[in-house]
Design a protein around this ligand. Structure first.
Ligand code: ADP
Ligand code: ADP
Length: 226
């Protein structure tokens, strides 16, 4: 599904945010990406979603070498990736329906097809009863689930999440993780960047650890008893 080959990313000014990082994420696999603040987690995710380009090395999605992708092809690649952020940037004066429908509107969906998909996505995150609500009337956990519904509404095979539980208490974090697990169980590949060690310790998943831009560990999450 996803392959990094010796990927280095330097920013202008010479700062190296990622240093020769290699790993593979199989189709249908779920993994965490962890490391201290500034370790390079967001940079790694931004290389996958083509917000940034590597300085050296190659990134593949489904066998496609992203270095061969021209700028005008970027939207086609992004269609296969659902992105979830800590601050999900919901449109606060639009309903939950409109927020989730946005990626479909951009793709030219309308009417019944669009409504069906929006309802299916909201059903998966357990928010069907909120479809007509405005985001500010929802709790933090519910708003995060709207962000997830929007990310999955066009059924991408790969989900990327950047600190998706950053603002949530442990109980809600668990709930959000349950949502990711449910997508993973139907074959979606999931990569979750998080520095929440207590959350990682509670979940038995492969964990990729970055330190100062280097991949220093790739194994079961810390604290998980083998
Ligand atoms: P993390 O997500 O693990 O906190 P980041 O990937 O956001 O790490 O950042 C890694 C390092 O790269 C940090 O030191 C950060 O300041 C730096 N960095 C990130 N984006 C840029 C940028 N656009 N220009 C220069 N430096 C950047
Ligand atoms: P996050 O906590 O989400 O990882 P950031 O690190 O690193 O947030 O990045 C927020 C934004 O600021 C990003 O678009 C990133 O490219 C930019 N950025 C981060 N660090 C730097 C930096 N040292 N110089 C310039 N831009 C940066």
């Amino acid at each position: 599904m996803l392959r990094f080959e010796q990927v280095t990313k330097g920013y202008s000014g010479g700062f190296v945010a990622l240093d020769r990082v290699s790993f593979e994420l199989e189709k249908g696999e779920m993994a965490f990406l962890t490391g201290h603040s500034g370790a390079g987690k967001s940079t790694l995710l931004r290389l996958i979603s083509l917000i940034e380009r590597p300085s050296a090395g190659r990134v593949f999605i489904n066998g496609v070498d992203l270095s061969k992708i021209r700028q005008r092809q970027v939207p086609y690649i992004r269609r296969d990736i659902g992105m979830i952020f800590q601050n999900h940037k919901l449109l606060m004066n639009h309903t939950v329906f409109d927020n989730v429908a946005l990626p479909l509107v951009i793709e030219g969906f309308s009417g019944k097809d669009m409504a069906k998909r929006v309802h299916a996505a909201l059903d998966k995150v357990g928010l069907l009863d909120k479809v007509r609500c405005l985001p500010h009337t929802l709790s933090g956990g519910e708003q995060q689930r709207v962000g997830i519904a929007r990310a999955v509404v066009n059924r991408p095979p790969l989900l990327l999440a950047d600190e998706p539980t950053g603002n949530l208490d442990p109980e809600l974090s668990k709930e959000i993780m349950g949502v990711f697990e449910a997508f993973n169980q139907v074959g979606v590949s999931v990569l979750i960047a998080s520095h929440d060690l207590s959350l990682l310790a509670r979940m038995r998943y492969r964990t990729l650890t970055l330190r100062n831009g280097r991949m220093i560990n790739d194994g079961l999450s810390w604290g998980a008893d083998e």
